[in-house]
Design a protein around this ligand. Structure first.
Ligand SMILES: NC(=O)C1=CN([C@@H]2O[C@H](COP(=O)(O)OP(=O)(O)OC[C@H]3O[C@@H](n4cnc5c(N)ncnc54)[C@H](OP(=O)(O)O)[C@@H]3O)[C@@H](O)[C@H]2O)C=CC1
Ligand SMILES: CC(=O)N[C@@H](CCC(=O)OP(=O)(O)O)C(=O)O
Length: 315
């Protein structure tokens, strides 16, 4: 029989998108909670323990509660919140992290789905740290912009609902100025960085899509002090990957602008190596959909791996 999948929080932004991706699938069956009981712990516990896999699309505290309600040891859990992303006993759900990550995800019963910004940042830093190009202790910064769906239902209302008390028409704003954004710990841990990175996020007045940047002075690198060598490290790391691509240096050179919405509706992430060997500076950029590879797409990819289904099914 096809495995049963329950999405706890299926009425939220991430949950709805996962549901849309899974609804037509015949290799699994979606089970849903009575909408009136979606916040009733007893009803949730029943659903959580009767599924083969559950995807938690909830705020951190509700996610922790959901995990505590699971008593059936065979239930596989994919959590989309921040709650378990640095937990040692959870597999980090970025399948392209290294060559072993897919099998870790496939073998795990607890999988943490990465944060959207973290996905971009780790996709840029991890291959360069692993290749010995980016010194692990180098102080680096990640700069990023996201569409407002990244903030879930509350932020969507802020930008779209003219009747909301905090409705805003602001075109662009920076935030997390205290440099303690919730994604910093997972970025540091899974990139292999020894020095806490600076992370400077911003949100724009558009719904979805994001750019995450890692600017580097080539002289600060251990090895690979040219755009060509950096590009080669990315190309080797992501060789054969279906959902992470590396733009050729020629493609990058031909671009004068880059649109954060370029991969919307997909589970893909694309890396660009911009910059100049002459000036000794690189501007590395990851483009992804915060609701795609940054959330729902990755959750479906992890679900497929965890249940031993076609990795690309539903994506
Ligand atoms: N949006 C994004 O781009 C990304 C989000 N995430 C993470 O995914 C998770 C969900 O985020 P997102 O979908 O954006 O948030 P939303 O606010 O859009 O959705 C959260 C859903 O959880 C429901 N909920 C809240 N508390 C409980 C509870 N105790 N029991 C059952 N349901 C509950 C909410 O109910 P109600 O409808 O009543 O509010 C809502 O439907 C968060 O942890 C977020 O950090 C991860 C990556 C990217
Ligand atoms: C634009 C915006 O506000 N984005 C969210 C991050 C979205 C995300 O990845 O969320 P989780 O880590 O909660 O899963 C933020 O910065 O808080």
């Amino acid at each position: 029989m096809a495995p049963k999948v329950f999405i706890d929080g299926e009425a939220g932004t991430t949950g709805l998108q996962i549901r849309e991706r899974l609804i037509g699938r015949t290799d699994l069956q979606l089970i849903s909670i009575d909408p009136d009981k979606r916040k009733d712990s007893a009803a949730r516990a029943e659903m959580l323990n009767s599924a083969d896999a559950v995807i938690l699309c909830l705020p951190d505290e509700a996610s922790k509660e959901a995990v505590s309600l699971i008593e059936n040891p065979s239930v596989k859990v994919i959590d989309a919140s921040t709650a378990f992303r640095t937990a040692e006993d959870w597999a980090y759900g970025f399948a392209e992290l290294d060559r072993r990550q897919r099998s870790r995800i496939a073998a795990a019963t607890r999988i943490s789905n990465p944060g959207c910004y973290a996905t971009g940042a780790i996709a840029l830093a991890r291959p360069l740290v692993s290749a010995g190009i980016l010194p692990a202790d180098l102080p680096v910064s990640f700069n990023a912009v996201s569409g407002y769906t990244g903030g879930g239902k509350a932020m969507i209302a802020e930008f779209e609902d003219e009747t909301a008390a905090n409705f805003t028409k602001v075109p662009y704003r920076i935030y997390a100025m205290g440099l303690s954004h919730k994604h910093v710990p997972e970025i540091q841990k899974h990139s292999g960085l020894l020095t806490r990175p600076i992370f400077t996020p911003a949100v724009g007045r558009y719904a979805q899509g994001m750019l995450v940047e890692l600017p580097l002075h080539l002289a600060t690198l251990d090895d690979g002090r040219s755009l060509g060598e950096i590009h080669a490290a990315f190309a080797a790391h992501y060789k054969g990957e279906r959902f992470v691509q590396v733009a050729s240096l020629d493609e990058a050179k031909g671009l004068t602008t880059l649109d954060p919405e370029g991969l919307n509706g997909t589970n893909r992430l694309k890396i660009f190596v911009f910059g100049s060997d002459t000036s000794g500076q690189a501007r590395l950029v990851a483009l992804l959909d915060n609701l795609g590879k940054g959330a729902s797409g990755a959750a479906v990819q992890n679900l497929n791996l965890a249940l031993g289904l076609q990795e690309a099914a539903g994506l």
